[in-house]
Design a protein around this ligand. Structure first.
Ligand SMILES: NC(=O)c1ccc[n+]([C@@H]2O[C@H](COP(=O)([O-])OP(=O)(O)OC[C@H]3O[C@@H](n4cnc5c(N)ncnc54)[C@H](O)[C@@H]3O)[C@@H](O)[C@H]2O)c1
Length: 406
């Protein structure tokens, strides 16, 4: 089902249009702005997302967002449409469409300029365009050129999103907002939009802000890689990494940020590490090493199991298919990589997840527990905390309470 702009009433005035506003980042942002009194129109190519938003239903899990969504809809401060003409209906446009890398791990710097070239036929002079997607550095400049080629006089700012999925309704109102703009006037214009959410505005040039976002995600990915490398070293030597990590971090501030081990997955971290690698002409040893370590963890888990058991004769159960705890998002989840490896090695693989609704192959937890000869924890959902499991387990996260050694 799609809804045209005429159905959302072209005479109504909107403060902000969010292109890609039906997605994991765009929708919470739209809800947050509407919650603070702005009139927000979502423009999205996904008819399913638009229908879901207009029906007051979150298309994905985001804590505490649905009541706010319903309130905003009832107050007439939020609506969604698939009509690209929406781009002309507000002074402020926020762009938050996906920026994935391709199968060769190459980013597409033209994805956003292309989408905005299409939107530009509906736009007008004087609008402010805020880029919110995580971009390949230089995309803000490309977007400016695209508008110049279309003879549009608009202001452009780059203001990256830094929330953690699932926590948007807290973090959008508490995290400082990085505002990248070329001059004070455009900076002030973009800052005014984000002051709806927070007083904590940080000023940068667009190119600095583009790198700030990539460095943020890369830093996190590298830290997870360090933990995972240490995990594999400890584990290969028969030692429990989590006991070691907890001991060294105890009241020792210089190591307190060493994360636990776990599958470092999801739609952003690896993708943004590869964007930074591509930006630096693939001279990024740390980033590529981090990829090998983090993406290699499922293989390490299976190899450890294989060394101890004859997997070809076993049913292996995976608990948790989302890319992280308490999420329904399976995008780039390493549980699926694990499943593929196990499907090749084991007799049968059974998968379960209490949050994921998009995978018809999932089975109930009880069936996995009853029929598996070994269990691997894919995502550390709270449901699994101290769960009693009577077969061998591989629990990198330490959620089951029996240690992380495999
Ligand atoms: N997911 C996160 O936690 C997170 C956090 C910070 C930043 N980001 C960045 O935000 C951006 C969006 O990520 P996401 O997870 O929300 O992706 P998403 O796929 O959930 O959302 C993107 C939305 O854009 C829509 N869309 C795509 N092309 C469009 C177009 N031309 N016009 C209108 N709508 C269009 C899609 O239908 C979708 O609803 C990415 O650059 C990502 O790296 C994501």
């Amino acid at each position: 089902m799609s809804q045209s702009v005429s159905q959302v009433d072209p005479r109504s005035t909107w403060d902000i249009v969010i292109i890609g506003g039906g997605g994991h980042v765009g929708l919470p942002l739209a809800i947050a702005f509407a919650d603070r009194g702005a009139r927000v129109l979502i423009s999205d190519t996904s008819a399913a997302a638009v229908a879901s938003v207009n029906a007051g239903e979150m298309p994905f899990l985001e804590r505490d967002a649905e009541p706010k969504l319903r309130r905003a809809l009832a107050a007439g401060r939020l609506s969604a449409t698939t009509d690209p003409a929406a781009a002309g209906l507000a002074d402020v446009i926020v762009v938050v469409i996906g920026t994935s890398v391709d199968e060769h791990l190459n980013p597409d710097p033209h994805a956003i300029p292309r989408a905005l070239a299409q939107a530009s036929e509906h736009m007008r002079d004087g609008q402010l365009v805020i880029l919110r997607s995580t971009v390949f550095p230089g995309v803000t400049r490309l977007v400016e050129r695209t508008f110049a080629q279309h003879r549009l006089k608009v202001d452009v700012a780059f203001c990256p999103e830094r929330i953690a999925e699932g926590n948007a309704m807290v973090e959008l109102f508490t995290l400082p907002q990085l505002v990248g703009a070329r001059d004070d006037r455009v900076h002030e214009r973009a800052a005014k939009v984000f002051r709806l959410l927070t007083d904590r505005i940080v000023t940068l040039d667009p190119e600095e802000a583009e790198l700030a976002k990539l460095f943020t995600n890369n830093w996190r990915y590298l830290k997870f890689a360090v933990a995972n490398q240490f995990y594999m070293i400890a584990n290969s030597n028969g030692l429990d990494f989590e006991r070691i990590r907890a001991a060294l971090a105890d009241s020792y501030p210089r190591a307190s940020d060493l994360p636990r081990a776990g599958f470092a997955a999801g739609p952003c971290l690896l993708k943004d590490t590869m964007q930074l690698a591509a930006f630096n002409d693939n001279n990024y040893f740390l980033g590529h090493s981090a990829m090998l370590i983090n993406e290699g963890l499922p293989l390490h888990v299976v190899q450890r199991l294989e060394a101890a058991y004859d997997l070809s004769d076993m049913t292996v159960g995976i608990l948790g298919m989302a890319f992280k705890a308490t999420s329904d998002d399976t995008r780039s989840s390493l549980s699926y990589k694990l499943k593929r490896i196990l499907a090749f090695k084991a007799r049968r693989v059974l998968c379960t997840d209490p949050y994921v609704t998009t995978d018809l192959n999932l089975v109930p937890l009880e069936k996995v527990l009853a029929e598996s000869d070994a269990i691997v924890v894919g995502a550390p959902h709270p449901h699994y905390r101290n769960l009693r499991v009577d077969v061998p387990v591989a629990d990198v996260w330490g959620i089951l309470g029996g240690g992380v050694r495999i």
